[in-house]
Each structure stands twice: as C-alpha cells, then as structure tokens.
Design a protein around this ligand. Structure first.
Ligand code: SF4
Ligand code: SF4
Length: 166
C-alpha cells in the first residue's frame, strides 16, 4: 500500500495533521473510493467523505468546523479498509470533531441529546408514553424503566457541577 505523503495545501491541513487521528490527511489523493464505499453517503447526498477531506485540504476551516457533516460519520471504517493510500477518513473526522469541541462548535442536535441524557438519565424519557407502557405490559415486558436518578445526579455533580434541571 502506498504511503506517499503530499505537501499540505492549507494551514488547516497542517493544523489537523498535528492532532491525533489527523496525521493521514496528507496522503489523500482525492480518488473518491471512500465516498463510493460509505454507507452514510449511500443514503445522504449531503455526506461525501472525499469532499469533506477536500474542504480541509483547501483550507475551509470555518465551514468545516461549523458544519454538522463531520458528525455524521458513524465510524464504521469501511472507507479506511478500502482506501489505497492508507488514509482513515473516520480518524480524520474524529480529529475535526475534537477541534470543533475545543472551539465550542458542537451542532445543537448533539448537545441537545447530551443535555437530555444529563437531565433525564436516558434519551427517551419524554417518548415513554402510557401507550408504550401498556404495549410492554401486553407483551409481558418490564414496564418500570425508571432510570437510576441518584446515579445520574452523582455523575452530573462530579463532572458537570450541577443539579438536575426540570
Ligand atoms: S481518503 Fe483515501 S479513498 Fe478517500 S479520497 Fe482520499 S485517498 Fe481516496
Ligand atoms: S467511517 Fe465514516 S466516512 Fe468512513 S465509510 Fe464509515 S461512515 Fe463513511
């Protein structure tokens, strides 16, 4: 497998190559095999791993860090398996996400979910309706899905320094 390293074309590329996971970006030759192999790309025209790497290579720092696209990678690593240059878009996009977190650029879809888990202890408290409870009862399943609120409170206090918001 070729390991040719190309000259970085932007300061953003150099910056990312310094972050763990981002090192391989200089080896990308923009062949597009990653996009052709990607399960997310197969269901969404918005998600194109090759194109996202291209934006990094040409230095579109703001656009990439403010975008929700790097957050759509499900890290299946099929792209990594097939890339003939030994590049891992999954690792590169993880490095992008780390940088985005450091700069407070996490898409609200994800912060909302994190807030919800910190508040309720799980993601589905609001969705757990009487209808679902009845269905579970009919199916002979456990209906008391009460989360360990005390444990959630301890986590919140320890790592986020706050009490449960209601
Ligand atoms: S990451 Fe690999 S597969 Fe994707 S465009 Fe670059 S060289 Fe091709
Ligand atoms: S790791 Fe991400 S970019 Fe690579 S194939 Fe899977 S979803 Fe697509």
């Amino acid at each position: 497998m070729s390991k040719t390293s190309h000259t970085p074309t932007s300061s953003f590329t150099k910056e990312l190559a310094e972050i763990p996971g981002g090192e391989g970006i200089n080896q990308c030759i923009q062949c597009g095999i990653c996009t052709a192999s990607c399960a997310v790309a197969s269901v969404s025209d918005r998600y194109r791993p090759r194109q996202l790497i291209q934006k990094i290579l040409i230095g579109k720092r703001d656009e990439v860090l403010k975008s929700d696209i790097p957050w759509l990678c499900m890290t299946c690593r099929m792209c990594e398996e097939r890339c003939q240059e030994g590049v891992s878009p999954a690792e590169i996009f993880q490095a992008v996400r780390h940088l985005a977190v450091k700069e407070g650029q996490v898409p609200s879809t994800f912060t909302n979910v994190a807030d919800q888990v910190l508040r309720d202890g799980w993601m589905l408290e609001e969705a757990y309706s009487d209808f679902i409870e009845d269905d579970r009862e009919d199916l002979g399943l456990e209906t008391d899905l009460a989360f360990d609120a005390e444990f959630t409170q301890k986590l919140r206090r320890k790592y986020f320094g706050g009490e449960k918001k209601k």
